[in-house]
Design a protein around this ligand. Structure first.
Ligand code: FES
Length: 327
């Protein structure tokens, strides 16, 4: 199949690299043209991008930094990402060539323009600017910005803000859109900038620490918050679980001892079992498998599964009883 359709993979969509451009020392813009069967995104959603690196499929999640109207017109989407020197995937994006095929997932995520009759406060940290750029791109195109006042607080390290020319164009194109370019070093913590927006609906995308500050401040004034934060949520500490226990994990006829402190994915990897995975944080579903019996705990919420057969994600599941799964 791959001889007819390069990079074809069951369960993935294909996309052609259109261009890769450096936006700053470590920020990169990647333009992709998804194949025609790809279901169009809603501004604010993300995709899982998969590259074959040294013979191994590697997946990471990226928010699409362009609106859906732009996709309808140009048939391409844009990713904007920080290149992490030791990253598993981002350093390889630099060497992607135009016309190279990569794999992407369908668009995912609920972090989209909220259906509320209120002004919006967008709070971005670092590369958390990307969903807001996509939302503003659409809101300018479909006229929504004429009805909804939007203010953006954009935090990044000094001189590491990107896409400022686009923010400037949005603001020149619509008087309802205003923004502040901020850095913690110069302007202080995000809390210091929130008190004037008690009547707005808040949207926050950035590092987990920023989200926690915004969320706890919002609680004190009852401001509604929608959020997106890609860093893995902190795993419930072992202190909050019952003491360390071990269980048997049966998979495909083999048996393994696992504990209730680490995720099943980590323990299967340590035991050198062949597991498929991608983001490692519960987003891409590539580690999904069938649990035949037993109870697992979701490390993000602490919720327990029931004991019946169901789909689980290995990267966010810990054993609570003996388990049987089908990889
Ligand atoms: S590896 Fe992405 S959801 Fe588990």
């Amino acid at each position: 199949m791959q001889q007819i359709k390069p990079a074809w993979r069951d369960g993935y969509f294909r996309a052609k690299v259109v261009a890769v451009k450096k936006l700053s020392a470590d920020m990169l813009e990647v333009l992709l043209r998804p194949e025609s069967s790809w279901p169009a995104h809603i501004a604010g959603q993300h995709i899982a991008l998969t590259l074959e690196i040294n013979g191994r499929l590697t997946t990471r999640v990226f928010t699409i930094a362009s609106g859906s109207d732009t996709y309808q017109k140009e048939k391409q989407i844009r990713l904007v990402t920080k290149v992490k020197a030791q990253g598993a995937l981002t350093p390889y994006l630099l060497s992607c060539m135009p016309n190279q095929w990569v794999n992407i997932s369908a668009p995912m995520g609920e972090f989209i323009w909220p259906k509320v009759e209120k002004p919006l406060l967008m709070i971005a940290g670092g590369s958390g600017i990307t969903p807001f750029i996509a939302m503003l791109d659409d809101a300018i195109n479909n006229g929504q910005l004429k009805h909804t006042p939007v203010h953006l607080l954009y935090f990044a390290k000094p001189d590491e803000h990107v896409l400022l020319n686009e923010l400037s164009a949005f603001s020149k194109g619509c008087e309802h859109f205003t923004y502040d370019v901020l850095s913690k070093q110069k302007d202080g913590d995000v809390e210091a900038h929130l008190c004037n927006f008690a009547n707005a609906h808040w949207l926050v995308c950035g590092p987990h620490a920023m989200f926690e500050q915004v969320e706890s401040y919002a609680k004190t004034i009852n401001a509604p918050v929608s959020s997106e934060h890609f860093a893995a949520l902190p795993v419930l500490s072992s202190a909050s679980l019952s003491q360390s226990e071990t269980f048997s994990l049966v998979h495909n006829g083999q048996s393994l001892t696992v504990d209730n402190q680490q995720t099943l994915l980590i323990q299967l990897q340590q035991a050198e079992q062949p597991v498929t995975y991608g983001c490692g944080m519960g987003i891409c579903h590539q580690c999904q498998c069938v649990k035949k019996r037993g109870v697992v705990r979701d490390t993000r919420t602490g919720e327990l599964s029931d004991s019946a057969e169901q789909l689980i994600q290995l990267c966010v599941s810990q054993a609570v009883t003996d388990l049987e799964i089908q990889l």
